[in-house]
Design a binder for this molecule. Sequence first.
Ligand code: TXA
Ligand code: MG
Length: 333
Amino acid sequence: MTPVNVGLKTQILPAGEAAVAAAARILRAGGLVAFPTETVYGLGADATNPAAIARLYQAKGRPAFNPLIAHVGDIEAAQAIARFDASAAALAAAFWPGPLTLVLPKTSDCPVADLATAGLETIAIRIPAHAIARDILRAFGGPVVAPSANLSGHVSPTTAAHVQADLAGRIDLIVDGGPVEVGVESTIVGCFEQPMLLRPGGLPRADIERLLGRALAQLPEDAKGDTSQPLAPGMLASHYAPHTRVRLDARRVEAGEALLAFGPDALPGVDAGTAVMNLSLRGDLDEAAANLFGYLRALDAKGARTIAVMAVPHHGLGEAINDRLRRAAVERE
Ligand code: TXA
Ligand code: MG
């Protein structure tokens, strides 16, 4: 396996037994495999192999201070990696497998390489719900670190074609399981003294708060842009970004703009030449989440001056959608 991830031959296999066997073989050899989860496609590497993890950071162009999520197949595997307090155990029992990541203290003999946790004493873990992801984890038999399978700073991939567009030639295998179900990344909860919402995502906050019987603590505003203290470095202001400028809360469309719409209402300013994609014509937030990243990519390719985005309600998956849109709208140089 070459140390530099450029010019690799990237195999693409349809989800199935052959793909699962190939994925496990490549992971064991220290290679990189993109595979579907219920949230977004992940780029997997053997969590115990520092060389494989170094290769993964390099393939994504990801700063090595940004730690990774360890994906495991069952709760026993999770307990070998991290210590669960009562609320962590309750959250795991209620929502795993599923779109929830828990940040927990590492066990003293945690097998995950330090490079994957960026030297933190904590580790992010989840058990994905996607059948193919689970088959790969079972066949491989160990923890797999998997960030979203996009170039760092790009929009997360919700289809194998998105992965291919970003990472072909940089990774060994893409397992094509079709479009994902949820469409936004997992919700991240830090199981600190008080459980804290580190990233809104595919599991609505209200479900978590109902289970815990109390409100989640919030990440302090001033911690969000701080790259030196990565509580949840995915909270870096500019992230999940298309190349085109993004303008939020649009109430009309200006000349030269594309429109990311939500709901049945028409906006003034739209004409036959406007590129329009509607996240959900019937105003369904789950449908909108599933469409979000694909539509951002599609509108990004239209060459518009700006992507104008209609307001999206903030409840349910709306919180995660608005979080990703806000990041996409941060001005970059
Ligand atoms: O849905 C998902 O979570 C997808 C799929 C592939 O599982 N994965 C994903 O990974 O979104 P990634 O690497 O794109 O985002 C993981 C986030 C990052 O913002 C990272 O900073 C944060 O988790 N994170 C990882 N370990 C952490 C830790 N110990 N403490 C705080 N945040 C952590
Ligand atoms: Mg990501």
